[in-house]
Write a protein that binds this ligand. Sequence first.
Ligand SMILES: [Fe+2]
Length: 414
Amino acid sequence: MNPIFNNKVFIYNLQKLKLTKTFIYPPLLLIKNNKMSFKYEMPVKLHIGNGEFNKIGKYIKQDFNVKNILLVTEKVLMEKLELKERLLKQLKDCNLTIFEYVEPNPHSKIIEKGKRLAQKNKIELIIAIGGGSAMDTGKAIAMLMTNAGTINDYIHKRRIIGRESIPLIAIPTTSGTGSEVTIASVITDEETGIKMGIRSEYMYPNIAIIDPELTLTMPKHITAHTGYDVLAQAVESCLSNSNKNPISKMFALKAITMVFDNLKTAVDQPENIDARTNMALASLYAGLAFTQTGTVGPHSFSCPLTTFHNINHGYACILPLPAFLNIYAEKCGKEVKNEILEMANVVDCKTVEEFGNKMKKLIKDTGEKTRLSELGITQDDKARIIKNTMDVLTGRDPIEITEEVVGMVFDETF
Ligand SMILES: [Fe+2]
C-alpha cells in the first residue's frame, strides 16, 4: 500500500527516519488537526427478542460452569412474571437462592443484606431481573463477592474496585435505565441520603437478555417514567465532556427518535408489542451511548427530587432537562449549541426551545406534569435541592455547574 494513503504506515515510516519534526506533509497535518480519539468498550453479550428469557438455562450452560445461582429481584415481579417457576424449570441442575427485597433507589443496607445471603449460599452467578434498581443491586452484590469491604466504602470512592465481579446476567423488565449494558450501579447511602454511581469496567454484566415480552405488564406511569430516562440519558450523553464519540452519538440520536416515535403508544397501548420492542431497543441504545460518556446535570438534579420528593428517577431526570438545554445553549458557545440542535433536528425541531417544548409535550401526552410546583415542591425546598445537586455533580457537564446555574434550572422548572 502506498504510504501516502495510509496515515499509520506513513507516520511509522517518518518515525523510523526521524523525520516527524521536520517533515511536513498533508497526511500528517491531517492527523495533527484531527481531534478524533476515543475508546468504545461494550463487553456484554446480548440476547434480544421475544421469548429469549425462556432460553436462560441454555445460555447459562453455554457460558458458565456454575451450580449456585442467586436471583435478585422485586417481590412484585416474582408473582407477576412467575419467575421462580420459570427459572426452576430452566435451571434443573442448579441451586437457586432468591433475594426478592430490591427496592427503588436501592440503599446500601439492602446491598449488604443481599451480599450476606450470597456469601452464605456460596453464590457463583447472579441473575438480576427487574428495572434499574434490581440490576444495580445485582451488580453491587456481584462486585462485593470478589471485592472486600462494604458497599459504602465504594459509594464514597474510598475504595477501588480491583477484581472482576462474579458472573451476572441482567434482564430488564422496564425500558429505561439501560443498566443491562452499563458500567455503573447507582446506590444510595441511607445515612447521608447521597445517591452515587459506582463505575467500574468490572461491573458490566456478562450477559443481558432483552425480552420485550417481560415489559408488557409494566404499569403506564412506569412505562412513561422509564421512557423519560431513556430520553434524558441519550440527550445527556451527547453533552458529556467525557469520551463522547461518534458511536455513542449514533446510538443516542437513534434512541431520541425512537422515544418520540414510540413512548406515547407504549403508554396508551401497553400490550402493543411493537411499541414495547422499540422502547426496549431505545433503552438499550441509550445505555450503549451513556455507558461510554456518563450523564450530566439533569441526572444530578434528579437525585434530590428522588431522595427528598419521591419522584421516580426517569421523571426526575426529564423535568429539569429543557432548562439545562437552554442554559447549555446560552452559555457554552457554538459547538454545544450545534450539538443540541443536531438532536433537535432528528425529531424535526429547529430550535433549542422547540426541542424543550417537544419534551414537555411528550411528558403531558404521557400523563404527567412538567413543573416542580405541580408536584408539591415549594420555594422552601430550593436550597436543599441546590445543595444535594452540587454534592452529586458528575464533572462531565459542558459548563461548570455552579449553585447559580442549579438555581436557574430550579426557577425555570418551578
Ligand atoms: Fe437514568
